[in-house]
Ligand binder design. Structure first.
Ligand code: F6R
Length: 277
């Protein structure tokens, strides 16, 4: 009985893991996904795009090639897609996923879902509702991978988005357009709208894998993890989730007020081989 309670409590935490660098962060995240696939081969993964998860995807490809980790029964749902881009556009998130992960693993293309940025305007509402339904029908998301935007967004839930929001058409913040212009020729080419899972949708995932790397993320990470719950930093909503693994590299962890405490806990856990929460 006590062990059962301990196990339940163990699930109800925001665990902060600080790794030396981006490579170690990516390996740690990939290890968590590998464990899930091994225990639940037909699991449902929520995936993100952007620079942050590239190392994680590289590791998953390595597990597939070197260890035979199979994705043949895995289903995936991506967080978001630029509105107005065709799937074949090199900056579309569908294209990103195909080239950075799907083409190199044995996942069935029909089991990979990304909101469709090319859907007609009059079909957007239905498409978003269908996306939510598909997630439910698949049994819900087991692990949702997240990065964080410079303005604190998760998926494309820009400052001010409701914590109850669902998959919908959103307009992008000027900061996001500016941040993401590095992938386009200039900021005018960055789409101004996107289809994005909502914060409510994300919070329904059974587990969250929240990743951040680099000094430019340090201040916003500290606000998200240690600051007040506020829709002005939508990632702060994760403080409400019962099971979050926050994996940071040293640079992204730099502004955490409780940095030493997290490091101490992490080291103590290693020594006593038991989770502390
Ligand atoms: C991507 C996504 C975004 C990114 C965020 C961080 O699908 O939903 O929220 O995770 O903008 O992007 P990077 O990793 O490029 O810093």
């Amino acid at each position: 009985m006590i062990q059962k309670i301990y196990k339940i409590l163990q699930e109800m935490i925001m665990r902060i893991i600080i790794k030396k660098n981006y490579d170690d962060l990516s390996k740690e995240a990939a290890g968590i996904i590998r464990n899930l696939i091994k225990t639940k081969p037909d699991c449902v993964l929520g995936l993100a795009t952007g620079s942050t998860p590239i190392g994680l995807y590289r590791e998953l490809i390595r597990f597939h090639k070197e260890e035979g980790l199979s994705f043949s029964r895995v289903t995936t749902f991506n967080l978001d897609e630029y509105y107005g881009l065709q799937p074949s556009h090199p900056q579309s998130y569908r294209y990103f996923m195909d080239t950075n992960l799907f083409k190199d693993i044995d996942i069935k293309p029909e089991n990979t879902f990304v909101p469709e940025g090319s859907v007609k305007r009059q079909d957007i509402v239905r498409h978003c509702a269908d996306y939510e339904q598909r997630i439910k029908k698949a049994g819900g998301i087991d692990i949702q991978v997240l990065g964080i935007g410079g303005d604190g967004h998760i998926a494309f839930n820009e400052p001010g988005s409701s914590f109850n929001s669902r998959t919908r058409l959103v307009s992008l913040d000027a900061q996001t357009i500016n941040d993401n212009s590095r992938f386009f020729n200039n900021s005018e080419e960055v789409p101004q709208f996107a289809l994005s899972m909502g914060i409510g949708t994300i919070l329904e995932a059974r587990e969250i894998l929240f990743l951040a790397s680099g000094e430019n993320k340090a201040d916003i990470v500290a606000q998200a993890i240690e600051g007040p719950l506020t829709s002005m930093v939508t990632a702060s909503a994760l403080q409400l989730h019962p099971k979050v693994n926050v994996i940071l590299d040293e640079e992204a962890a730099f502004s955490l007020k409780r940095y030493s405490y997290y490091k101490f806990t992490q080291e103590a856990e290693g020594k006593i081989e038991m989770p502390i929460f």
